[in-house]
Design a protein around this ligand. Sequence first.
Ligand SMILES: Cc1cc2nc3c(=O)[nH]c(=O)nc-3n(C[C@H](O)[C@H](O)[C@H](O)COP(=O)(O)O)c2cc1C
Length: 323
Amino acid sequence: MMEWTDRHCRHFHRLLTRHARLYTVMITSGALRHGDVPKHLDFDHDGEQPVALQLGGSEPDELALAARLGAQWGYDEINLNCGCPSERVQKGAFGACLMNEPRTVADGVKAMRDAVDIPVTVKHRIGVDRTESYDFVRDFVGTVSEAGCEVFIVHARNAWLQGLSPKENREIPPLRYEVVHRLKRDFPQLTIVINGGLVGLDAIEAQLPHVDGAMIGRDAYHHPWGMASWDACFFGDAHPVPEREAVEAQMVRYMEAQQAAGVPWAHVARHMLGLWNGEPGARRWRQVWSDHRLKAESPATVARLADEARRAARPTLTMEATP
Ligand SMILES: Cc1cc2nc3c(=O)[nH]c(=O)nc-3n(C[C@H](O)[C@H](O)[C@H](O)COP(=O)(O)O)c2cc1C
């Protein structure tokens, strides 16, 4: 999620789930052609995989070049963004407006598939603007799948290309999960992953009879601890769920290593501020980790202060003496 997640965030999330697939933010094919490729693509091969590189773009040769770079860098999947409604992206003629041009998307998918051996997948909406016709998204998926795309991640809302900010476009167009379910029924051979507005384990579980998987964005970011039960619930992996303290300790070690490489610890810590959400003392703990006055301290010191603050804020149980 642009401006929210990065490789440090993925490192954190990978401590919570070994199996869920993580995605980069959208990186444009133009940025990879003309920009600082290591800055955009470097990731931690021991601490993030499986991880997919999401691309934005529409020009087949440029997408193929970007996909090739992604495969060389060790990504496990290339995903093409056909869901972003931002004005900047519309000006570049990619993102959600590509849903109006399924043939262009098919050409891009084909070019990328010819260039790499890893899966090429597409993330899209269920429609653009006020078109609520199911045929629109069905034909989009049909055309793109003919070019060899076998996995579609479907944000179950339209993208309204005029008049809404990207944030509003994640909230205002109504969620229509039944459209995604229908896609799965109509294309049983494809992998259809549902996305949009899913909050908590029960919401994911309720979707799984209808689709092949779920992608979780904001809830995973804000309530990361929810991911700690995914491996057991969804991937049949019964390894013991880590304790929050243990995850925090691993993050402290990671922050120390990053700091030695020149990354201020606060750039890493910002992603884990939701770790204790819902628990007593979470707010105090978060305040310490986000306190800029502490930025000269070591991560270990900040962790100790945060821990003390969290414990001090816990309600204390008192036993009344019985007469
Ligand atoms: C800050 C932010 C940035 C996002 N950036 C991207 C992006 O780069 N690529 C993408 O496909 N979706 C992006 N999204 C959309 C999410 O991936 C997801 O489709 C959307 O938030 C709905 O899912 P959710 O309700 O689980 O969050 C972003 C969402 C947010 C909140």
